[in-house]
Design a protein around this ligand. Structure first.
Ligand code: NDP
Length: 356
């Protein structure tokens, strides 16, 4: 079994040379084990969490199931954000190859917490769920639009931002996996939506393909505050923040009274802790701005059971456009992961490990 691991402490931008592919012989299955062949692996920025010591809990939450006795029996080295020499896990879709678990049988297709590897032995069935193979959508959608990215966008926008038709919405990392969906949900509700992204191609795509009212390349702007003032002459009602840093500062400065800021992610901090900023809190007070962080796991409740039917209908009817960026082969994972922090992905970044 080939699996990915890191060989060094990742500080700053991740590099491909920090990863290594190792080979192991899989042990025999024990009672309750499920052996899964990985088909698709989700590549996510959360592997560089801002608070490294909270990583196990964050990863546990990520899959939506409480992982008792989780298998990371590894020493957490100070300041190390991934586990050196251990398999890295994340969300994936795979096929059951062999099972010692009554709930799963050979050829079941599952989604859950898998290793960045060709095969994973899953010891805790609560980290898995079966997928319906008869459905019309590609399996990879369960890692993006029907998975964590979709639920993050849906719950973060509708629950945290409490949007109303006609409100003015700003989304950062708008061509990314979560951001593009936030913008699309906002347009479907009837909001005025502007996104920012890091390339001309992404900006064009947001306007031409996804129907954003406007978009700009933040890398070309020297003064973000006045840029936002130009794009939002009447102020911002909702800011969906995927990046933190100076963009958050500029957005706060342009918020309307009683505006809402959903803090989904702060990717500009993950590779550069100096990027942390303090928005003008006097603005926050006088304009009664609500700033709320959230975790996608907040939405693993019945209150969000409409997410799947609503999103499925939108996709089926072509109202929601699905953006996937798929690389192939386990060897492409390091470059896929590095690319997230350099803006190389367009939509949901996925690596296909094996043919279905
Ligand atoms: P994306 O698909 O958006 O990929 C990351 C994108 O971020 C890149 O494509 C790049 O686009 C942009 N980016 C990278 N570095 C920087 C930087 N220094 N400054 C500004 N933009 C940057 O990833 P996701 O959609 O998966 O995640 C988006 C955010 O949401 C992340 O911060 C992530 O941690 C967070 N998240 C939070 C969850 C939660 O539960 N709270 C759940 C899932 C995700 P560009 O070309 O625009 O620079």
């Amino acid at each position: 079994n080939k699996f990915l691991t890191i060989t060094t402490n990742i500080e700053g931008q991740p590099q491909e040379s920090m990863f290594e592919i190792k080979t192991q012989t899989l042990p025999p299955l024990e009672n309750n084990d499920v052996l899964i062949k990985c088909l698709y692996i989700s590549i996510d920025p959360y592997h560089l969490p801002d608070k490294p010591h909270e990583a196990p809990e964050f990863i546990t939450n990520f899959c939506g199931s409480c992982i008792q006795n989780h298998p990371w029996n590894v020493e957490l080295i100070d300041e190390v954000k991934l586990y050196i020499c251990q398999a890295i896990n994340g969300s994936g879709v795979g096929r059951v190859i062999a099972s010692e678990n009554d709930g799963y049988e050979k050829d079941d297709i599952v989604c859950g917490l898998l290793n960045w590897a060709e095969y994973t032995i899953v010891k805790n069935e609560n980290t898995l769920r079966k997928l319906n193979t008869m459905e019309e959508f590609p399996l990879s959608y369960h890692l993006g639009i029907f998975g964590t990215s979709g639920l993050t966008a849906y719950g973060g926008f509708f629950h945290v931002c409490k949007p109303k038709k006609g409100e003015k919405v700003f989304v950062s990392a708008a061509a990314g996996s979560v951001g593009n969906l936030v913008g699309q949900y906002a347009k479907l509700l009837g909001c005025y939506v502007i996104g920012c992204a890091g390339t001309k191609q992404k900006v064009e795509m947001l306007k031409e393909k996804l129907g954003f009212d406007d978009a700009f390349n933040y890398k070309e702007k020297t003064d973000l505050n006045s840029t936002l003032r130009r794009y939002f002459p009447d102020g911002i009602d909702i800011y969906f923040d995927n990046v933190g840093g100076e963009m958050l500062e500029a957005a706060i400065a342009n918020m309307n009274p009683f505006g809402r800021v959903a803090v989904c992610g702060v990717i500009s901090h993950y590779t550069n802790s100096q990027k942390q900023v303090t928005p003008n809190m006097i603005d926050v007070i006088y304009k009664r701005i609500m700033i709320q962080g959230f975790l996608v796991s907040d939405f693993y409740t019945n209150d969000f059971k409409d997410f799947m039917p609503v999103t499925t209908d939108y996709v089926r009817s072509g109202k929601l456009c699905v953006l996937e960026d798929i690389s192939h082969g386990i060897e492409s994972i390091p470059s896929a992961f590095r690319g997230l922090f350099q803006g190389e992905n367009l939509g949901k970044k996925i690596v296909q490990i094996a043919q279905e």
